[in-house]
Design a protein. Structure first.
Length: 152
């Protein structure tokens, strides 16, 4: 006897609550191509999402927050992730060394671009940390001056 289990589907409000974003954010991410539009639906029906959709949204939000990416950068990063996944599939289907060499070259290019985005963000964070360190040093100097004046 075979049983079929249907994957649970979620309405946009449930997805928003689980991901900690607004429904507007989800719709906007769909417009940008960051999320697939939730299935074909007829007018008046609800958008329905899968656990995989929720996981993708949560990963996008994690990357956005962790790296402080702009939406354009997030789109670029997400496109590179998808392109690398497609390359992995091509690799698995190909036994041709020339084709595999092309796949590797493409994967290297995509990964380098992702790394450039991360390094650029690291550089900006490092510059900000340096600014804060300078400010803290200046504040400590003023504190020491004040303590010296009060002690004399």
């Amino acid at each position: 006897m075979s049983t079929t289990t249907e994957e649970r589907r979620y309405r946009i409000g449930e997805v928003a609550e689980r991901a900690g974003v607004t429904t507007r954010t989800i719709r906007y991410y769909e417009e940008l191509g960051l999320l697939d539009k939730a299935g074909e639906r007829t007018k008046g029906t609800h958008r329905l999402y899968t656990d995989a959709d929720i996981a993708r949204l949560q990963e996008l939000i994690r990357l956005r927050d962790l790296l402080g990416l702009t939406l354009d950068e997030l789109v670029e990063l997400a496109e590179a992730v998808e392109a690398r996944a497609a390359l992995r599939n091509q690799w698995a289907e190909s036994a041709n060394d020339d084709e595999r060499a092309r796949i590797i070259d493409a994967a290297i290019s995509l990964t380098k671009r992702q790394l450039e985005l991360v390094h650029a963000r690291q550089q900006r964070l490092s510059e900000f940390a340096d600014e804060l360190t300078d400010k803290l040093r200046s504040i400590h100097e003023r504190q020491a001056e004040l303590e010296q004046q009060r002690g004399t």
